[in-house]
Design a protein around this ligand. Structure first.
Ligand code: PLP
Length: 463
């Protein structure tokens, strides 16, 4: 027997491993098919390494640790919670808004039983799912009527399709935006069957541009929030008030896609770049659309608020059925909206608002807590609290730097890139930033409940 054959003969069989004490233990905790798969894989890797003449660790302990790692991967869900240390509050890649306690409780409460989703209890017959959030949306936004669908992209598509299919929609060239890879206003317009009638220029659009574009094919005047970009310098745009007046004069409905859409007045928090939904509704605009999971801080959804006759027309569109909201989302939505009844409390109760409006001092305190805990455990790294800035995200307030505090870590034992990768690939994943060769953990989006595990994971990696 040569050296390789000798090594190969020391490898255990799948069956031996399965019947070992360790194997029996695994079968108790993991599905048997995953245990078999992981053991087979653990043995195969070693066999391949031996044949290729690589050095192989054949100790039982290492092999068991490898297999256990594979078992954890195999049996874990694909969609899982993680720690957002980027400071971007409404992070589209990281699930946008974290739900409030009340929303979470209500989702569980409604979905662990049957519900009156489409049942009118008083009348004892079929009802409509849309009624459940109408009253509260009317109350909170001041609009005549409201409808919630799958997301804001669907809300925009529905409005365009309902009112302008085969007809023209007037829109400023300064508002032909792309929001994330797959939502581009001209494409959405085409998909809805509406004909885009561009007016003005990239930087300047005047009221007369709209006036001149109106003809017998005009179905709608639209305004779209630019979301993730700004035009600065020599610019001019027509206000929603002016467009509403024009629409009234010419008897053409006006829509405003607000994108994020805030339900609170942000002025008291020193953030006033855009009007709230309530203010927009007050202008008399025919319908307004916005997301449920951006500044509103609820589950994914698209809200349309506006005049009753318009909402009724949209509700009758067959596409509404295809983009309807599900009961879990409705439960989350109703509970999230109910938080807005108490204007004092809402910014403390909805995580998105809490993270956006928390005072720099509070963030600093949290950063200090994290840094302090890390310093106690770790000696071979430079750990400090630094002033930095974070972003709102979600196309909301794109220009605005929110002053924040972060924990910066520079380790002697591990490169910053490897550090970032190990944090990201561990369990739970921790998503951090790299800046000037230091790993940056922005305390704004790190939740209190995550501090313990965050410190533990970092300590494990650096020590
Ligand atoms: C984000 C955004 C949308 C899309 O909303 P979703 O809820 O992501 O579908 C549409 N319009 C504007 C202006 C936006 O900012």
């Amino acid at each position: 027997m040569n050296e390789k054959q000798k090594l190969l003969s020391t490898l255990p069989s799948v069956d031996e491993f399965l019947k070992s004490e360790q194997g029996l233990e695994w079968v108790k905790h993991y599905p048997r098919r995953y245990v078999l798969q992981a053991i087979r894989e653990g043995i195969n890797i070693r066999r391949k390494n031996i044949i290729e003449g690589q050095t192989v660790d054949l100790s039982g302990e290492t092999m068991a640790a490898d297999i256990e790692g594979m078992l954890d991967t195999l049996s874990s869900y694909s969609l899982k919670p993680l720690i957002n240390a980027t400071g971007v509050v409404i992070h589209t890649n990281l699930g946008r808004s974290v739900l409030s306690e009340r929303a979470l409780e209500n989702i569980r409460r409604v979905s662990e039983s049957y519900s009156n989703l489409e049942y009118d209890i008083d009348e004892g017959r079929r009802g409509k799912r849309y009624v459940h959030v109408k009253r509260i949306l009317r109350e909170v936004t001041g609009a005549e009527d409201a409808l919630v669908v799958n997301n804001n992209a669907a809300a925009v598509l529905l409005c365009l399709n309902t009112f302008a299919k085969g007809r023209e929609v007037i829109l400023s060239r300064g508002e032909l935006v792309e929001i994330g890879g797959s939502f581009r206003i001209p494409d959405v317009m085409t998909a809805s069957g509406a004909i885009l009638r561009e007016v003005g220029t990239t930087n300047k659009t005047h009221l007369y541009d709209y006036e001149r574009a109106i003809n017998e094919h005009t179905a709608l005047i639209a305004k779209i929030h630019r979301s993730n970009f700004r035009v600065t310098g020599f610019t001019d745009e027509v206000s929603i008030e002016e467009l509403v007046q024009l629409g009234k004069d010419r008897n053409i409905p006006v829509m405003f896609d607000l994108g994020s859409g805030s339900l609170i007045d942000m002025r008291p928090y020193g953030v006033h770049i855009e009007p709230s939904v309530q203010e927009v509704v007050k202008t008399g605009v025919d319908f307004t659309t916005f997301s449920g999971d951006k500044l509103l801080g609820g589950p994914q959804g698209g809200v349309i608020v506006g005049k009753k006759e318009h909402i009724e027309r949209i509700q009758k569109n067959p596409i509404t059925r295809a983009v309807r909201i599900d009961k879990l989302t409705l439960a989350g939505f109703e509970a999230t909206l109910s938080e807005y009844i108490d204007e004092e409390e809402v910014i403390h109760r909805i995580p998105t608002l809490r993270m956006l409006f928390q005072k720099p001092d509070e963030i600093k305190k949290r950063a200090k807590t994290i840094a302090g805990r890390l310093k106690r455990e770790i000696k071979n790294a430079v750990i400090q609290v630094i002033a930095d800035s974070s972003r709102a995200g979600g196309g909301a307030l794109p220009e605005m730097d929110l002053p924040t505090y972060a924990v910066g870590i520079q380790s002697d034992t591990i490169s910053v890139n490897e550090f970032e990768e190990r944090l990201r690939k561990g369990n739970p994943a921790i998503i951090a930033r790299i800046k000037d060769d230091a790993l940056i953990l922005d305390a704004r989006t790190i939740m209190k409940k995550d501090i313990e595990i965050l410190v533990k994971r970092i300590t494990e990696i650096i020590l």
